[in-house]
Design a protein around this ligand. Structure first.
Ligand code: GRF
Length: 224
């Protein structure tokens, strides 16, 4: 089977990108990262791409008159790569409805909350303020509405009494990486259906993320 061909969009440190590269290099995940696109020239993730020999490009908002022109350039670049999937891994820019409509079910985003709870920013503090007993991260299809597309997979972790936004983020991060790799594997195996199933995992079931689908952790998403 061919590798999954991806374009990865970032704005920051690129630890999820690094996890994808590691999975690719260890042959855990047949993945081709065609190019990395950042909206920030100082994004650490650009160095991660460079060190791995992956081409990258920075598209800065200040070089465009408006969002429509920015999105046109982004679409042109994505189209030139002909990817199977576009992965938003810490990409902090909202994509316009027209761009998203042209890439339906081809863009996924990693979001640090148990969607549909807490779309948008400041998710950890909002979970703490609400007194939530669990928190986590979701990977979902990108639609025109912010963080509102169908959820494909989630990692759920318990909130502890002493937690702060910082400790929640630090504890979640390695699980986000595993969730990303496990989810990309599902895409590569063509087991993701846009409206049918959600991969739900917790710390205990995470011993071997790659057997999760086979072990029955794909469950019906109910009303979806
Ligand atoms: C992740 O924590 C993700 O939940 C959020 O942005 C962060 C990206 O981190 N969307 P990194 O740039 O991959 O290290």
């Amino acid at each position: 089977m061919k590798p999954l061909r991806c374009v990865v969009l970032i704005s920051g440190r690129g630890s999820n990108l690094a996890a994808m590269i590691k999975a690719r290099d260890s042959a855990e995940l047949p993945l081709e990262i065609i190019t990395v696109i950042s909206d920030k020239p100082q994004a650490e993730g650009l160095k991660v791409a460079k060190a791995a020999g992956i081409s990258s490009k920075c598209i800065q908002a200040r070089d465009f008159t408006d969002r429509a022109h920015y999105d046109l350039e982004l679409l042109r670049l994505i189209d030139s790569c002909q990817p199977d999937l576009i992965i938003l891994a810490g990409f902090m820019r909202i994509l316009g409805a027209s761009l998203v409509a042209q890439l339906t079910n081809k863009i996924i985003n990693l979001h640090p909350s148990l969607l549909p709870k807490y779309p948008g920013l400041d998710t950890y503090n909002r979970a703490l303020a609400a007194g939530d007993l669990e928190y986590g991260a979701s990977i979902h299809f990108v639609t025109a509405e912010l963080d509102a597309g169908t959820v494909i997979s989630q990692i759920r972790l318990p909130v502890q009494a002493s937690d702060t936004a910082y400790t929640l983020a630090a504890r979640l991060q390695p699980f986000e990486h595993k969730l990303m790799v496990a989810t990309l594997r599902l895409f590569r195996e063509h087991t993701v259906k846009s409206k049918s199933a959600m991969l739900v995992v917790d710390e205990k079931t995470y011993k071997n993320p790659f057997t999760l689908a086979a072990a029955g952790y794909l469950r019906a998403a109910g009303t979806d």
